[in-house]
Design a protein around this ligand. Sequence first.
Ligand code: G16
Length: 550
Amino acid sequence: MANYRTAYAFAREMHPKTEKADIQYGTAGFRTKANKLGYVMYRMGLLAVLRARYKNATIGVMITASHNPEPDNGVKLVDPYGEMLEQSWEGWATKFANVGDDQLESIIAEIIQEYNIPMTERVQICIGKDTRPSSPSLAKSVMDGVLALSGKPVDFGIVTTPQLHYFVACKNSKHAYGIPTEEGYYHKLVTAFLNLRSHQTNSCEGNGNYRNRILYDGANGVGAKKIKQFQERLGEALKIELYNDEGIGTGKLNHLCGADYVKSNQKLPNGIPIQPNVRCCSVDGDADRIVYYFTDENDKFHLLDGDRIATLIAAYLKELLEQIDIDLNLALIQTAYANGASTEYITQKLKVPVACVSTGVKHLHHKAVEYEVGVYFEANGHGTVIFRQSAKDRLKQAVEDSSRSDAQRNAAKRLLNLINVINETVGDAISDMLVVETILHAKGWDVQDWEATYTDLPNRLIKVTIENRNVITTTDAERICLTPPGLQDEINALVSKYNKARSFVRPSGTEDIVRVYAEAATREEADMLAAEVGQKVYEMAGGIGDRPEI
Ligand code: G16
């Protein structure tokens, strides 16, 4: 019991619970104002050690509020293979965060007993943080929690969320996933990317319509810092022009820029120059999401979001698998936010099966592992591809198989290289960018060719603030609203007024708001439907603040 006493004493002296209101482990861990999180961080340090001992593995703790505004912060635990914390432990995380200081000792004893956790192992906890000014002191609280239960904190400093996931996977992987250092990460991705470029007959400069120049919006966050490592290493192979790289603590993080801003507002971020038909991309505050876009010669903005990235990747993988002549089951996982046109394209044109799950990469990842090759993306640009080890082994055999043609073996080599560009642990904006650039280059496409594959249905995403967002509950992968009673009937009635329309509402798991999504045949109809549904939410679910305007 001596160990848990230390945990309690530390809590009382240094990290006492300061908030009365309960906090919940949401879509991506705990997220709220940074000044409310000190004790939560400490307790997540404790929980990480318990999880690590239970799994007999290294566990990760990432301190970030990703796309949220700079004064927010957050924390999430990373499981042994770099995946999100197993859902059955999210309840423990919520309990740990909310018990009184004097109950900490007993809750630690309870979890140890429930899982029969051996308390003698010396385990490592990898800790990473984004560029928020509040992150260093919150990281210190996590470390105190780790030390209180005699775990070993390994501080990776400021890193992107996907880098931290990668480090954890490397530390635990039996299949040599990579070297668990920043240098190891850059080396793995860049080597594979350059291999793919050099094996192509066409030049580095371009291929067909493809040009090797991209404007990159770093959201004034860690994605701006880390892309410099790639700029240096990629040189002429991909000329990345960096914008939105303000210093830490300027208050500009995610402000009028970044992937979430661009996706939600469907317009250019501040800071990116208008250059007609030039490929641009934006990452978010912790560089786990990316969207592409361009402005045409008439100043019209064109967005290529997560759905576009998913369809581009799935189509290319299908092409490679056909070239190799290998039968691997490939599927695409989306959420309710996926544009109806993307789902139609992928099922009817590409003939790749699609599954729809609830928002949150944890849900998408979970579904994707059911397939040999699982491509998963949220429309907001968060996603990746995962390959079963058996699929990788079959590809390696295909490369060695002398009965296969050179073309088949080369395609298998190409796919194996592409797998090394991909961060399979979680969505990774920079890795995704390199994958997109590889595919566009291989096809000789620029964004206009990519966009021409199908036509998006116009859509609109708005936020509505209500008193208690938990009064909204949903089912069927969040496509149907269960409560408040009658709201779904109202949504159905509004949707029926428009062509090709669809709309749903759900409480955000990262912000204190309700999200309303609408799509329809025309821009005007989509905007009108979103506003009307937003107003119904406001009226029937206790709206506060600004009422959505038509
Ligand atoms: C997080 C999650 C994403 C999710 C997003 C928005 O992203 O990792 O899977 O789509 O929040 O979630 P919600 O609609 O529940 O607020 P990020 O980039 O903020 O970590």
